[in-house]
Design a protein around this ligand. Structure first.
Ligand SMILES: [Zn+2]
Length: 78
């Protein structure tokens, strides 16, 4: 795969989300984000019931350009 900006070589990779005790694949969630509050305390974001996809991507070895994908093959099935 070639970079759209400089025609350099693109390397495959992925983004990660950091949790308290884990590193998980980056996720694209449909819609706008909504705070998840419990007893008035902020508990991150609410993503329940929303379609979610693992993010995959490529990085240009020359200029650093990122192309990211959230393909239907990478949808969370839950
Ligand atoms: Zn490039």
């Amino acid at each position: 795969m070639k970079c759209l900006r400089c025609d350099g070589q693109m390397s495959p990779g992925y983004m990660v989300d950091l949790m308290k005790n884990a590193v998980i694949p980056g996720t694209w969630v449909i819609g706008t984000y909504q705070p998840n509050k419990f007893l008035g305390m902020n508990r991150g974001l609410s993503v329940r019931g929303k379609r979610k996809f693992h993010i995959e991507g490529y990085r240009c070895d020359s200029c650093g350009w990122l192309d990211l994908f959230a393909s239907k093959e990478n949808e969370y099935v839950k």
